[in-house]
Design a protein around this ligand. Sequence first.
Ligand SMILES: [Mg+2]
Length: 423
Amino acid sequence: MSQRNGISWRFGLNKTILHVDINSYFATVLQQENPLLQNRPLGVTKGRGRTCLIATSKEAKQFGISTGMRRSEGVVLCPQLLCIPASFERCLDATKRLQKVFKTIAPSIYIYSLDEAFIDISDCRKNLYPDAKKLGKEIQNLIKKELGSWVTCNVGIAENRLLAKMASEVAPKGAVLEVTEENKDALLATTEFKDVCGVGYRLAKKLARFHVQYPYQIRFIPQEELAIVVGPFWAKELLKIAYGKETHLLNQLDRELPHMKSVGRSITGYRLHEDDAEITNILKNLCLEVIDKVRNMNLAGRQVWLGLYGRNEYWDTHETLQIPINHSSELLLWIQQLYTRWTKKFPVIKFAIRLSLLENQIQEQLLPQWQKQEVVQKALDDLNRKYGLFTIHPAAIPPKEELIFPEVTGFLGDRLYQLRDSD
Ligand SMILES: [Mg+2]
């Protein structure tokens, strides 16, 4: 997915990056699909019964309702607020369609999250897109054509991803904003840290305590003093941001990964769980999903990790194996074994497992036990593909109606898995 624009980088030529950010994605996709929802203040929750708003429509935003608020807080601001569960699958489908559109523009694209993408037009700007702003407008039209007229997006254009993303963040909804030498410093002096990619909520808050709100201000703070407050790594990173240079986080996107390094799955329950059988059943369910994903990508992993979270407690453990595994029976066994290490028990609200150190060199094993497992697993894979995941599953895991199925998250941490079909 991430393509390196090595030549222009090496020779220090100017790059041109576009950052496309669909406005109020989860809400917009639902509104596009159902015209009755258009022009209505909409709050989107993660699922039925959930109260946290993971997205809001532009109409809801006008009432001051923002992502992260509780439904009850939203209703206070706007009694007509309509709350509906998100459809991650439909959004993922829309993202895959966008991916295809972006690929017609330039070969170098990176889907950053479900609703955001970077398009690197450095190599084709001169011949194909001399007017990048015009291209930004064209992209907006192409997206409307593909996903529907209700879908609007912001496009930021700059010499690197940090500035392009910053531009699309601060631009008015549905606008195209290009960062030039003339407006760059003004942008850095007026964009709050909370709108800068990679600067987390805590760091922004810490800086605000020292009355530092905008990247430009960092230029006037001695590095040693900044390092005392934020540590040496962030002191350096903040200085890069102050001058509009790309940060470590965004630079990392250039490192082409041949395949995913780990596949994990976590779930937060509706209530606390204390019963061993209940807890292990949930973990087994997560194991099946992880193995399905790992096998789908023809990978196998050598490190098994288990994490359990209580209201205020946390415990985790892991084991590094000699031979990579990708059978559900093997992962189930290892998770069960790791679970026995958990002695200081507490009620659990969140469950997490991970299979990492993934490799694509899967060695067939000669032992009959392994071969038998492989035959069974292959049969399961076929059934899962043909009739849907968990059509057949071990009797030990919860009944069908309580099964936990895979979900797509907005950030697309598993983008190499989710977007693999359309490559
Ligand atoms: Mg967006």
